[in-house]
Design a protein around this ligand. Structure first.
Ligand SMILES: [Zn+2]
Length: 52
């Protein structure tokens, strides 16, 4: 009986995709909004928090 969670493909911790521009965000530098949206720094700084 072995557990091989580390071998699972796909989702990698610390590497996500920005839901605005689809850019890959590494090293946990993503910004998660209260709505659960994952954004890169540029998108987060660019508009979201200043949206009316
Ligand atoms: Zn982005």
């Amino acid at each position: 009986m072995t557990f091989r969670n580390a071998d699972l493909p796909g989702f990698t911790v610390g590497m996500v995709k920005c839901s605005r521009c689809n850019e890959i965000v590494r090293d946990s530098k993503e910004v998660v909004t209260p709505d659960g949206e994952v954004l890169c720094k540029n998108c987060a700084n660019g508009s979201y928090y200043y949206k009316v």
